[in-house]
Design a protein around this ligand. Sequence first.
Ligand SMILES: Nc1ncnc2c1ncn2[C@@H]1O[C@H](COP(=O)(O)OP(=O)(O)OP(=O)(O)O)[C@@H](O)[C@H]1O
Ligand SMILES: O=C(O)c1ccc[n+]([C@@H]2O[C@H](COP(=O)([O-])O)[C@@H](O)[C@H]2O)c1
Length: 219
Amino acid sequence: MALHLVYGGTFDPIHFGHLAIACAARDALDCTVRLMPAGDPPHRAPPGADGATRAAMVALAIEGVQGLVLDHRELERQGRSYTVDTLAELRDELGPSKPLAWLVGADSLLGLPGWHRWRDLFALAHLVVAERPGSALDAQLLAGLADALQDRWTRQAADLQSQPAGRVLRLHQPLSHVSATAVRARLAAGASTADCLPPRVAAFIHEKGLYGAAARAPL
Ligand SMILES: Nc1ncnc2c1ncn2[C@@H]1O[C@H](COP(=O)(O)OP(=O)(O)OP(=O)(O)O)[C@@H](O)[C@H]1O
Ligand SMILES: O=C(O)c1ccc[n+]([C@@H]2O[C@H](COP(=O)([O-])O)[C@@H](O)[C@H]2O)c1
């Protein structure tokens, strides 16, 4: 049964780090990756760009990229975009046996104990965790999190296809140091973003003057 894989993020803006892990997950798990911008992301300051604008940038970034699609689900829902609510909605729609997974970066996994009803997530979906510089999974695992994850780790992509939920797969992909925070800072400073943003996204940002960017990108 094909895995339903969702990649949730603020995407403020989407950058090469996001695209790299989405493509790595697509290839490792042989499935479509659904990039889902959070409407009102929990546990962080409000995004610099509104939901429709962040979704437009995701659409530009994935145009022509095989196996990546934009999913508007959380933008269409009112209130905080809690992942547990999104996964419960999807589980209702997919039924009890179809495999469902949520893709996160390692820093997000380490923050999981702060998420709304986080222990309920494992009954709804698998987690796919992408390594991220500065977020060492082995050393930093919080005590409560390590217990919750202990019997769930797998190295086998097939385990995510054969079970509906509850496993945690570590995605090994080339590490990317890009962050949206750094991208926003570069845009505001008038510095080049050529090594962290797809050209179409950069052009859109400059055209709209987002994040304090000048009308023209630096040469
Ligand atoms: N370079 C990266 N490597 C691995 N995972 C990443 C990377 N960038 C983002 N992610 C993951 O993608 C998801 C969405 O990230 P998000 O949109 O918050 O981007 P960000 O770069 O972390 O943004 P910000 O700097 O604004 O916090 C999160 O789970 C995050 O851990
Ligand atoms: O449900 C929660 O409590 C929760 C807390 C923090 C983050 N999330 C989700 O995790 C994804 C990555 O979050 P962020 O803030 O790193 O973009 C995004 O889809 C968020 O909605 C979800």
